[in-house]
Write a protein that binds this ligand. Sequence first.
Ligand code: GLN
Length: 493
Amino acid sequence: MSDILSMTAVEARAALDKKTISAVELATAYIAAAEETSSLNNYVAVTADHALSMAAQSDKRIAAGEAGILEGIPVGVKDLFCTAGVASTACSRILQGFIPPYESTVTANLWQAGGVMLGKLNCDEFAMGSGNETSAYGPAINPWQAGDGVDLVPGGSSGGSASAVAARAALMATGTDTGGSIRQPAAFCGIVGLKPTYGRCSRWGIVAFASSLDQAGPFSRTVADNALMMQAMASHDPKDSTSADEPMPDLSAALDAGVKGMRVGVPREYVMDGMDPDVVALWQTGQAWLRDAGAELVDISLPHTKYALPAYYIIAPAEASSNLARYDGVRYGLRVEADSLDDMYGETRAAGFGEEVQRRIMIGTYVLSAGYYDAYYLKAQRVRRLIKDDFDTAFQSVDAILTPATPTAAFPVGRTVDDPVTNYLNDVFTVPANLAGLPGISVPAGLNADGLPLGLQVLGRPFDEATLYSVGRVIEDAAGFSATPTRRAGGTS
Ligand code: GLN
C-alpha cells in the first residue's frame, strides 16, 4: 500500500493507463490513509462510498480508452467548495447541516477530468485565518514536527488541504487563496500550492469570503502534479461574472522550459523584521539556483509593500461583512429560535459565527460605515491601486519575482490564538499578489534549523501561470526536496 501512496499523480496516471494499478485500488489506499492519519484532523468528512463509486467509473473509462487528464486521481476538497449532496459548511457552525443541491464549477471540472472525490477538508471558518485554528471542527494539524514533538499548525486557511496532501492522505487537494491561504499552508507543509490569476478559476459555488480577492487553486506534492491539476480546474464560466475568458496554455509544456534568459526580480522591500534567518538564507540560495540555471536576477523595488497588509485587513473584512450578511437563520444551516425576527437573526449569528469571523464582521462593518468609509475603505482601495501599479512597473522589466513564501516556518498550535495581529503578519509576503490579482506559487525549497519545511514564492504577470511552473520546476529540481513529515500514512517508504 505504501508504494501506491508514494506515487505522484503523474506516476499514478501512467500506472492507471498501464493497468498496473486500478482507480479502485488507489481510492481504497487513500481512504485507508485518511483513516490512518485521522489524528491530524485534516478531513471533516471522508466520502468513501462516493470515492469508490467514482473510482469504479474511472476504471471503466480507462478500460474504454476514455480517460480524462485526472482520471482515477484521488482529490480532497476544501470544505469551502459546495459539493452536490455532500455537506459543505465552510467549517462554520452557521452552515451546519447545509447540503448543497449544486456542485461548484471548479470541483465539477475536476470530476469531469476524471478526478475522484475523497472527502471534505478542514479549513479556517469561512477561510479566515492563517493556522486552521478558527475551524468549528477544531484545528487541523501539520504532519511535520520539530524535535520537541509539539503539534504545529498546517497554516491556513486551507490547512486541512495542505496537511492531507503532505501526510499522503490525498494525492491532491483544492484550496482557496484570499490573502495567502494556498501558498502559506503549502510552505508550512512542504508541498506545492498555486494561487492562479484572479479570474482564472470560477468562484461559482465556492463560499464567498472577500469576492475581489478569492481564487481557487491546486495543492500537490510536485510541481508537475500541480500543473496537471491546474489544467483541469481552470475554465471560463459565464456563471461567475469575474471569470476570465482567457485560454489556458498547455501547462505541461512549461514544466521543462527552464529559466534561461529569464529576468527574475528580487524585491528589496521583502526583507522584514522578525524573519527567520533560515528564510533569508534560503531566499538567497534560491536566487543562486535560478542564476545557475541561466536567469538574470534583478534588484527591484515594490515601494508600497508595507501598506499591503493594512489595506488587506480593511478590504477583506469589508467584503466579508457584506458577503456574510446572507447567513441570517432563514436561508441556510443553523437557526436559533427567538421571540422576534431581529432577535432570531442576532442569536443565530452569535451562536453560528466563531470569534474570528465576528471580529472580521465588526471591522468590516465599521470601515464601511458612514463617516469611516472615506478614511478607511476608500483609502485602502487607493493603496490597492498603488500596489498594483508597483507590480505593473516591475513586470515591465522582469518576467517573474522571487520572494520567500512566509517569514517563518509553521508555528505551534495555540500560539497566536489570542494575538490576531501576530497571526495577520504571517500573510505579509502573500497578500500583495491577491490585492494585485496576480498568480503566485509556493514551492518547498528547504528545511529550517528545526527541520521544518520552508517555501519560496514566485509571482508572475496576470495569466502567466506557465512561467510560474517553469521557475517552480527549476527550484524543485535544484532543491531536491525529498524530506518527508513524520506523521504521514504508509510508513517510511
Ligand atoms: N490569512 C488570511 C486571512 O485570514 C488569508 C486567508 C485566505 O487567504 N483565505 O484573511
